[in-house]
Ligand binder design. Structure first.
Ligand code: ARG
Length: 459
């Protein structure tokens, strides 16, 4: 038989395959709370405007709460024949309250309804991401403060570059995660306008009050163009884009944790809570959580590519293609929140091996730049010449199998006679980091100042 909601012009029901490709209830049932919230606001507004009676609006409002508690109790009989969450809720409302249920959809379409529900859902996910990032930032900040003095090798090309502090390294991620947080805050502001009342695409002839429903749903204002309201999913794309950037940041940190926890580095050790063993190799302690976080960008970026691709080229206004928006965002949001929580837990729990960090910091001629800078400052060499002299000294040390501070003054002077005893002051890693006092540099004082600034900002 034909569809109870829209089957008036149809003699026959859909093919089973048609029903299968058309139905979204399998996933959009996650929007039930937003759908019921939106419908309650709509019904109350219809009554306030005299479009339906107060009595009907009351029955609808109460009935929707009954449906809400039925769904929340579990085992609600969602029906594929009823396509989506909107029609499942309305059909059940009809069973619960009878005739007045049919008045709920006055001056509304599933097009503005789904846009409203989905905005409400994505808005909540922005809040969840903001709070997840907040927790992660605090975890990184705690580690940064503790390690403000711990010297470690800073890398470029994953080759030892210059000594930095562990605190400085952690604070780099605090900056990244804070920008991620601000992206979700911005996206939330932009998406916080109500599509409800745009109806199918053109607005409605009923004297509705879109400002009232917008306010009831916590939106800042109604969207100003009804075509735009039902057509665009840029709010979801923004959420996915912000999620993808955040996932990239987490992936990079996760990669570092994988490297740092290896037997060759031992910079950090993951706690038992965040590690797994091997079923064959008894010695193993694998950083699976870090690896999975490293991988999450795959599905999150994939979701964003999928939705961008769905949206490109769609003529205004609504097309059914847009039903494909939800699964991508659901999956990306679920995995982003999981990754944020896992990263915060892992960072908070790991043991940092300050001795290993320092030992590694001293290797790899990490203070070669300090030596070149000394030649510029104390011997008046142009930097390019100082670079060359230092390169020769590194080659000499390498040949002798020692580090720069192990060369004698005589050996150094054989390369450049202007070198004096005071050069040894700059060859130690602690002196090196302490000298990087430029704003944003790795000197422990600078790092502590940044930690203090963020603590103040976060309250
Ligand atoms: N399930 C649909 C979606 O997710 C709801 C909107 C349906 N609108 C329509 N005109 N068929 O997009």
């Amino acid at each position: 038989s034909s569809n109870a909601m829209w089957g008036g012009r149809f003699a026959a029901g859909p093919d089973a395959i048609m029903e299968a490709i058309n139905a979204s209830i399998g996933y959009d049932q996650r929007l039930y709370a937003q759908d019921i919230r939106g419908s309650r606001a709509h019904a109350a507004m219809l009554a306030a405007q005299g479009i339906i009676s107060d009595k009907d609006a009351e029955a609808i409002g109460e009935g929707l709460l009954t449906v809400l508690s039925e769904i929340e109790a579990g085992g609600f009989p969602f029906s594929t024949a009823l396509e989506d969450i909107h029609m499942n809720v309305e059909a059940r409302l009809k069973e619960v309250i009878g005739e007045p249920a049919g008045r709920l959809h006055t001056a509304r379409s599933r097009n503005d309804q789904v846009a409203t529900d989905f905005r409400l859902w994505v808005r909540e996910q922005c809040d969840a991401a903001i709070s997840g990032l907040d927790t992660l930032i605090r975890a990184a900040l705690t580690r940064a403060e503790e390690g403000a003095d711990w010297v470690m090798p800073g890398f470029t090309h994953l080759q030892t570059a210059q000594p930095v502090t562990f605190g400085h390294h952690m604070m780099a991620y605090v900056e990244m995660f804070a920008r991620d947080k601000s992206r979700f805050i911005d996206a939330r502001k932009r998406m916080n306008e109500s599509p409800l009342g745009a109806a199918a695409l053109a607005g409605t002839g009923f004297p509705i009050d879109r400002h009232a429903t917008a306010e009831a749903l916590g939106f800042d204002r109604p969207m100003a163009n009804s075509l735009d309201a039902v057509s665009d999913r840029d709010f979801a794309l923004e959420f996915l884009s912000a999620s993808a950037i955040c996932a990239v940041h987490m992936s990079r940190l996760a990669e570092e944790l994988v490297i740092w926890s290896s037997a060759q580095f031992r910079f950090v050790a993951m706690s038992d809570k965040w590690s797994t063993g091997s079923s064959i190799m008894p010695q193993k302690r694998n950083p699976d959580a870090a690896e999975l976080i490293r991988a999450k960008i795959g599905r999150i970026l994939g979701a964003s590519v999928a939705l961008f691709t769905v949206m490109k080229g769609l003529p205004l206004a609504y097309s059914k293609d847009m039903q494909e928006d939800k699964e991508q965002v659901f999956d990306a949001a679920d995995n982003l929140m999981l990754a944020l929580a896992a990263m915060a837990g892992m960072i908070g729990d790991m043991t940092v091996n300050a001795d290993k960090l320092e030992a590694a910091a001293s290797g790899g001629f990490s203070t070669a730049t300090d030596l070149a800078d000394w030649l510029v400052r104390e011997a008046g060499l142009p930097f390019r010449d100082a670079h060359h002299v230092t390169g020769s000294l590194v080659a000499m040390a390498e040949e002798r199998g020692c580090d720069l501070p192990d060369l004698s003054l005589e050996q150094m002077q054989s390369v450049n006679p202007a070198i004096t005893e005071s050069v040894f002051d700059v060859l130690g890693v602690h002196n090196s980091v302490a000298s990087r006092q430029s704003y944003g540099g790795t000197a422990p004082d600078q790092v502590r100042a940044q930690v203090a600034r963020w603590k103040e900002l976060l309250g």
